[in-house]
Ligand binder design. Structure first.
Ligand code: ADP
Length: 226
């Protein structure tokens, strides 16, 4: 599903953020990417999202090489990869409903399908009653749930979450993890970069640990530490 081959990233500053990364993530997996600050997690996420260009190496999405795709191909990536960020990144002048609908509009979805689909994903994150609220009227946990609903509204096979609980308290984090786990159980591949030790230790899944840009561990049902 996602294959990363001999990936390297050196920033212009000379920092080698990723060194010879090789990864194979299969359909339906739940994978944590862990490592201390500066390990290279965000760089890897950004490269997968095509927000950064690797120095060398290749990335395949469903056997299609997306390393050097043109902007024309970006919708293909958007359709396949839902994304959730630590800071939610919601549009503050749009309601909850509109934020989610917008993710479908930019892919050219049929308005009827949008009206059908948005309430379904809002209920999936238990926010059906907040459709007409604005993000600023919601708690952090609720905003992150909106962001998750938005990330899955186009039914992407893969969900990429970058520190999704980073700004949340333990109760809200737990709720977010239940939702991500539920999404994974329904068949979506989930890749989550995190340094939340309690979460990784309690909900055991595959753990890929980075240190100084190198994979130092790739373990089935691992904990945060070895
Ligand atoms: P993490 O997400 O694990 O904290 P990052 O991927 O942000 O790690 O950073 C990996 C390394 O790359 C760090 O040494 C960081 O300082 C460096 N780095 C990250 N982004 C940039 C950038 N835009 N320019 C230069 N160096 C960067």
């Amino acid at each position: 599903m996602i294959k990363v081959v001999n990936l390297n990233k050196e920033y212009k500053s000379g920092v080698k953020a990723l060194s010879d990364i090789n990864l194979h993530i299969k359909k339906g997996e739940f994978v944590y990417i862990v490592g201390e600050s500066g390990a290279g997690k965000s760089t890897l996420v950004k490269i997968l999202l095509k927000e950064e260009v690797p120095t060398s190496g290749e990335i395949y999405l469903n056997n299609i090489n997306i390393t050097n795709v043109s902007n024309r191909r970006i919708p293909y990536i958007r359709r396949n990869l839902g994304v959730v960020f630590q800071d939610f990144r919601l549009l503050h002048n749009k309601t909850v409903y509109e934020n989610i609908a917008f993710a479908m509009e930019i892919l050219g979805s049929d308005p009827k399908e949008i009206r059908r689909r948005v309430p379904i994903v809002l209920n999936r994150v238990d926010l059906g009653r907040k459709a007409s609220s604005f993000p600023d009227q919601l708690s952090g946990g609720e905003q992150q749930r909106v962001s998750i609903a938005r990330s899955i509204v186009n039914n992407p096979p893969i969900l990429l979450a970058d520190e999704p609980t980073g700004n949340l308290d333990p109760d809200n984090s737990l709720q977010i993890m239940k939702i991500l786990n539920d999404i994974n159980t329904r068949g979506t591949t989930v890749i989550m970069a995190t340094h939340a030790k309690e979460i990784v230790d309690s909900l055991r899944r595959r753990v890929i640990q980075l240190k100084n840009g190198v994979i130092i561990r790739d373990q089935k049902r691992g904990g945060y530490d070895e």
